[in-house]
Design a protein around this ligand. Sequence first.
Ligand code: HEC
Ligand code: HEC
Length: 287
Amino acid sequence: MLGLAVLWLLSAPRPLSLADIPAHTPDLANGEKLYNASGCRSCHLPGPDLKDVNAELPAGGKPLKTPVGTFYPPNLTPDPETGLGNWTDLEFVNAVQRGISPEGAHYIPAFPFTSYAAMRTEDVLDIRAYLATLAPVSSPERAADVPLAFIVRRGIGLWKWIGLDTAKWQPDPAQSETWNRGSYLVNGPGHCAECHTPRNIAMARNNSQAFAGGPHPEGDGRVPSLRGLIERGRYKDAKDIASALQFGEMLGYDKVSSGGMGQVQKNISKLPEADILAIGEYLASLK
Ligand code: HEC
Ligand code: HEC
């Protein structure tokens, strides 16, 4: 009994409090940029039952298959009943950076809050402000098809002790400003490591093998390594990597279109060129 009580306490959510939310005037243009860099749209697309809804809106419901079951990522539009209309900033930041719902349940890390935790909270608030400008869509929550969902969710609380690093991204003063911008976009919002870094037996990212590639976390096939892209002759230079991310298949680049990478490439292509070049510079430095 005591063992169970300890597990229960250890698996409890540890949310942020109001004191952790900085005073901030939202910057909508930055919010849109970070929304694209974070790929929120890719997962939260409208489901097949929402036929008349603009397919670009993050109205939620498109199935997302994962090894633990199928999720229907929820509605991120500002609809007050079924979307984020009535959410507070604190609830939003706790969802995106701690994986905790307003009711205090754990989200499953198919939602990459494990990378978003490294983001500047101001950037998360800007995404929230940008989402509030989108057209509201009524798209009711669809329960996940996950066996034993209650236990799995509670178990995520234990997993978070090893799988959720809440340290914010830190710049490396020895590197250039553009390298640091690329590092931030890749390791925070871009959540590139969620697919490109292999996992250990506890399903946490194995950071000693950062970006070395591995089995696809959503099940099918493998994700290539992002180390030594220049040395291995995959790309000529940092600019070439950036151009692959900017134009993808359109300019004949292969290996950037399947296994979820096509959506990533589409989102990255919407960023200002300086940001795409910064990502290229950072990736080219991974040996
Ligand atoms: C790789 C897919 C994926 C990406 C990318 C993603 N999400 Fe999600 N998101 C999910 C899934 C899956 C859930 C539901 C998790 C669960 O039920 O445990 C979710 C849940 C949420 C929730 C909780 C909503 C509710 O009604 O409970 C919010 C808020 C959210 N995501 C916001 C975002 C934002 C903002 C971004 C971009 C910064 C984002 N998501 C990117 C998959 C994703
Ligand atoms: C959903 C999982 C996923 C995420 C997230 C993801 N990737 Fe990928 N990535 C892949 C897969 C799968 C491939 C191989 C695609 C193919 O062969 O068509 C790939 C391929 C690539 C390649 C080409 C590698 C080569 O050898 O030419 C680059 C570069 C790349 N990704 C960069 C990124 C960056 C930068 C991010 C973050 C902004 C990112 N990826 C996020 C899954 C992902």
